[in-house]
Write a protein that binds this ligand. Structure first.
Ligand code: SF4
Length: 212
């Protein structure tokens, strides 16, 4: 799959403008609803906090500008596809998946030729290999749509340049593992922690596993 990099200069300017206005932001999720990006989360304590709608408190200046840059790059790529393929692609398809009382919302970037395509904006040094959490998110999307093929496409957050794309085949076992992980958390089984992410975790202020 080919991507044009014609907008590099625009992204660079946009990025600089946003990084000058970095802001800390606390994030709230509604209880009972989460995004499918949580499919790749390995810490079940973290999932419990998401499911409960606990306030996220970030120590890092990442939400304000990085999320906006990511959204802007997504908009531009999607608009290119909309323009080139018109009604042959589905852009931002929403699917909801229920597990008990929880709704997992999937917002799928693009579906083209029965392939689920997920765009990721990453740091310049990333995107050479598929990240595990992105792989799991894509597997979840393929599972809920019933499609067998997917692609992970990485773009530099700093300038919107396409880095790499990876084709992925649906793996029923990975999808079942993700659903079972959600079920374990909902059923309040003994939760499994993953402290490797604690340093950057938005819930460490309240998580007993981290000493909160
Ligand atoms: S602080 Fe660590 S153990 Fe607690 S939710 Fe975050 S990642 Fe999981």
């Amino acid at each position: 799959m080919k991507f044009s990099n014609k907008n590099t200069k625009i992204w660079s300017k946009f990025y600089q403008k946003l990084t000058q206005k970095r802001k800390k932001a606390n994030i709230y999720y509604s209880k009972g609803k989460i995004f499918a990006s949580a499919s790749g989360v390995n810490c079940e304590y973290y999932l419990r906090y998401l499911f409960d709608g606990t306030e996220k408190k970030s120590d890092f200046y990442w939400w304000g500008h990085e999320a906006q840059i990511g959204n802007a790059i997504h908009d531009e790529i999607q608009s290119d596809f909309r323009h080139s393929y018109k009604d042959k692609v589905k852009i931002e398809t929403y699917q909801a998946f229920k597990i008990g009382d929880i709704t997992i919302n999937a917002k799928i970037d693009l579906i083209k030729d029965d392939r689920v395509i997920e765009f990721k904006t990453v740091k310049d040094e990333e995107g050479r290999e598929p990240r595990e959490k992105d792989y799991m998110q894509l597997q979840f999307y393929m599972g809920v749509t019933g499609l067998n093929s997917g692609t992970l496409s990485y773009f530099k957050r700093s300038n919107g340049v396409h880095i790499n794309s990876f084709d992925v085949q649906f793996d029923e076992k990975v999808f079942r593992d993700i659903v079972e992980k959600f079920e374990r958390v909902l059923e309040n089984k003994e939760l499994r922690e993953d402290k490797s992410e604690c340093q950057y975790c938005d819930f460490k202020y309240c998580c007993p596993k981290f000493g909160g």
